[in-house]
Design a protein around this ligand. Structure first.
Ligand code: NAP
Length: 333
């Protein structure tokens, strides 16, 4: 009788991290951030751009060295999905949600941009499709892929652990799309939905790690698209967000301050580029896919941000009488 050979204990085979990427979208951000970062990334291959207009998709590809055929541009989404492992999406949010569902159902990992969608039902569909397909997802939140910001958040988490939870925050995020030369001036969804949906995700990306989930919102309107959103967090903390896309020239910028028993702290400026941050997000997606471990900024996180913004929009849509309490008129002088 011959002895059975030793059989090594079965170990799950590590999954190969996604290598072949496509950019879905052909606009400024798709080319200058997603495409540029992927083209420069040593571990991935930029296969092509998809857009609803094949000519613009080819232009985007050519802008990144695709003229010789290495990067292609197409309006055939299914064909491009069949040729890649992962996609990055740089599309208006309502378009992103539907396209992300298609990509997930095709088994492609998702590097999403913000916001995930413009309503909770659409965001839920992306979550369901990603879960059903078992694909990895990461939401590219610009600030959370910059070391100055993530180091600051880690330091503040340690301070909260030592002294007690943060109690409140103020955040202002103001874009200037009416200033000549702004690349987003013609963006239709920004014009329709304003700073709440465009800059709101950035403000929440910094406040949620500090104060935790938002349970209730209130708010008011200012000039043009400007809104203020008051957030009651489940932790008992409260925060106030001032959001706009149409700040006058010289009045744009972002800032956040948080306070509690650990003191008062201002969000630091970051010095890296969005492309460097995007490359880190690519690495995060690849690791999440290979390790089959959900990333903290996955599609579920992005869905919860949409839920806060949708609640704020619903609140702001109420007639002013139902949204605000009138201040008693002055007795005069
Ligand atoms: N993380 C950040 O800091 C940051 C910065 C900038 C942008 N972003 C995000 O990137 C995404 C794209 O932004 P963007 O400024 O490029 O948006 P955009 O200018 O409004 O849209 C650009 C792209 O969307 C395509 N598009 C528009 N409507 C479409 C439709 N109905 N069907 C298919 N494609 C459609 C455009 O195609 P056509 O050329 O055919 O019109 C173009 O490719 C957004 O989610 C935005 O929030 C993030």
């Amino acid at each position: 009788m011959t002895a059975a050979p030793d059989v090594p204990a079965a170990r799950p085979a590590p999954r190969t991290p996604p290598r072949r990427f496509a950019v879905l979208g052909t606009g400024h951000w798709a080319r200058t951030c997603h495409g540029a970062a992927l083209a420069a990334h040593p571990d991935v291959e930029l296969v092509g751009f998809w857009g609803r207009d094949a000519g613009r998709a080819r232009e985007a590809a050519a802008s990144l060295g695709g003229a010789g055929g290495a990067v292609r541009g197409t309006d055939d989404l299914d064909a491009l999905l069949a040729d890649v492992d992962a996609v990055t999406l740089a599309l208006p949010p309502h378009v992103q949600a539907a396209v992300a569902v298609r990509a997930a159902r095709a088994g492609r990992h998702l590097l999403l941009d913000k916001p995930l969608a413009l309503d909770v039902a659409a965001a839920d569909e992306v979550v369901a499709a990603a879960r059903a397909a078992g694909v990895a997802s990461v939401s590219y939140m610009t600030y959370l892929f910059q070391p100055e910001v993530t180091d600051w958040l880690a330091r503040l988490a340690a301070l909260a652990a030592e002294h007690g939870p943060w109690e409140g925050a103020l955040a202002r995020w103001a874009g200037t799309i009416d200033v000549p030369g702004n690349p987003y001036a013609a963006s239709a969804w920004r014009r329709e939905r304003g700073g709440l949906w465009d800059t709101g995700p950035h403000a929440l990306s910094v406040l949620l790690p500090l104060l935790g989930p938002v349970a209730r919102v209130g708010g008011g309107r200012g000039v043009r698209d400007a809104v203020v959103v008051a957030c009651e967090h489940a932790s008992g903390a409260a925060s106030a967000l001032s959001l706009t896309l149409t700040a006058p020239a010289g009045a744009g910028g972002s800032s956040a301050t948080v306070w509690g028993p650990g003191g008062r702290h201002d969000l630091p400026r970051f010095t890296g580029t969005p492309q460097e941050g995007f490359a880190r997000a690519v690495d995060a997606l690849r690791a999440s896919a290979a390790e089959e471990r959900a990333h903290p900024l996955d599609v579920t996180w992005a869905r919860d941000v949409v839920a806060v913004l949708a609640a704020a929009e619903e609140h702001l849509a109420r007639p002013a009488a139902g949204r605000t309490t009138a201040v008693a008129g002055s007795a005069g002088r």
